[in-house]
Design a binder for this molecule. Sequence first.
Ligand SMILES: Cc1cc2nc3c(=O)[nH]c(=O)nc-3n(C[C@H](O)[C@H](O)[C@H](O)COP(=O)(O)O)c2cc1C
Length: 341
Amino acid sequence: MSDSPPQETPFTRHTDIRVPIICGPMYPCSNPELVAAASEAGGIGIIQPVAMTFVHGHDFREGIRLIKRLTDRPIGMNALIEKSSRKYHDRMVEWVSIALDEGVRFFITSLGNPRWVVERVKAYDGIVYHDVTERKWALKGLDGGVDGLIAVNNRAGGHAGALSHLQLLDELGDLGVPLICAGGIGNEQQFAEAISQGYAGCQLGTRFIATEECNAAMPYKQAILDADERDIVLSNRITGVPVSIIKTPYIEKIGTKAGAFARWMMKGNRTKHWMRMFYTLRSAFQLRQSSLDEKGETEFWQAGKSVAGIHQIEPVAAIIGRYEAILRGGINNEATARKSV
Ligand SMILES: Cc1cc2nc3c(=O)[nH]c(=O)nc-3n(C[C@H](O)[C@H](O)[C@H](O)COP(=O)(O)O)c2cc1C
């Protein structure tokens, strides 16, 4: 593959990468080898610090150094900036400092006011993109000084938005910063389409779980291959806000709605924070366990509607190579045709 970018976008210029693809941060699935493989293949891998430390057992700085031994290409970090706990915030501040110290220059902020991250990152001439699901949050992010927006749509894995990728283009297209399409990209045709519609890049999560470099257990990967988009449901029992998961017998048994007590707690201003803290801690343990359980006993797996385009477990480079090729002038691989729409 040539070293020249198949198609330059404001995002590839911001990040100095060849292919406008982000391997999105994923708790619990972002192991260092996956992050490195995405960057090495020409996209950019994003470190999810809680996954790196709590799930995959690396000291944060050592984990970054491991990635840097596997690739010398740019990598990014996800700063989850919700201030529900002082201790968690202090830890995030420390992680951002370590990442900057280790040469990370691209950051994706999620869930809160990105200003403090922007201030630190700009001191190193770095770039910050902010996750948004609607215009209101985009304006807040831009007020905080971010350089680009990750437009999380209603097909995304993890915390899904409410709008389609085209509605988000309409809502955010006039804001004058690069937009990344996050959600629903499961094959190279969908990727090429999003770029031709005006997105500066795409962020993929689910696609990269079904790869050789992802450490997720085989039953999780197989469930992604087996699912079509009707098997993806939203649950607010996980973090208190809708999260996309695969409807397995286990999920059918426990249901997808928060219980009456949790709903009542989520209504109060103060109790809402306690409830979210409880949810976050509980789901952190559950998701870690289910993602690593090779017996597949707890079928509790996050994934987005992009499962429809995912048919095999592949090396990351094969996926990014195909996506790059289509931008360079087109392939039409029948194996990537959608399973169902
Ligand atoms: C298992 C899983 C975990 C995720 N965890 C995070 C996370 O910790 N932080 C974040 O900003 N986004 C998270 N996401 C969202 C992804 O980074 C990405 O935006 C999303 O997966 C795109 O949709 P797709 O799965 O259809 O490709 C997660 C997604 C998945 C599937």
